[in-house]
Write a protein that binds this ligand. Structure first.
Ligand code: CDP
Ligand code: MG
Length: 148
């Protein structure tokens, strides 16, 4: 009785997080990275950059036909951003959940967007939404690789 090991299922993953220009200009790099590290995740790549327009358009290629595509690309290139690779158990879902709903007004308090943002066009962060997008986005933003 009680000797069987309960299987805990997790996979070590790496995901991409962007702190958008509003987060950088508001001085929230520390707050976002603090939350990521406090959760137990590891920052395995990080840089502050003025993102090239082409990189942002490739990043958001799935939204190319959407009405907000130009605005979101304008916004992402309007000032420096932080690109981070974040690693750990179930990192993709852990980070998505921590960031909260796309529209901050719908985001649960306790999430980054629910605590620190108010509008969808200035929702502070990006995070990969699945394994495929994480691999694609990490290759795009960290073509030089991450810290192992
Ligand atoms: O960032 P997330 O994956 O939660 O949302 P998305 O649906 O992939 O949309 C990408 C980004 O486009 C959002 O984070 C918003 O900044 C922006 N967006 C917008 O401005 N208006 C919308 N109606 C939808 C998205
Ligand atoms: Mg998305």
């Amino acid at each position: 009785m009680g000797s069987e090991k309960v299987s805990s299922s997790f996979v070590n993953e790496t995901t991409l997080v962007l702190i958008k220009p509003g987060g950088v200009s508001r001085g929230l790099i520390g707050e976002v990275t603090r939350r990521v590290e406090a959760r137990g995740l590891t920052i395995s790549g990080m840089k502050l950059i003025n993102a090239p327009r082409e990189t942002v358009e490739t990043h958001y290629a799935e939204h190319r036909e959407r009405p907000f595509f130009k605005d979101v690309c304008d916004y992402l290139t309007s000032g420096p951003i932080v690109a981070m690779a974040v690693s750990g158990p179930n990192a993709i879902k852990a980070i998505r959940t921590m960031m909260g709903a796309t529209n901050p007004i719908e985001a649960t308090p306790g999430t980054v967007r629910g605590d620190l943002a108010l509008t969808i066009d200035d929702n502070l962060t990006h995070s990969s939404d699945g394994e495929e997008s994480a691999a694609r986005e990490l290759g795009l933003w960290f073509s030089e690789g991450m810290v192992k």
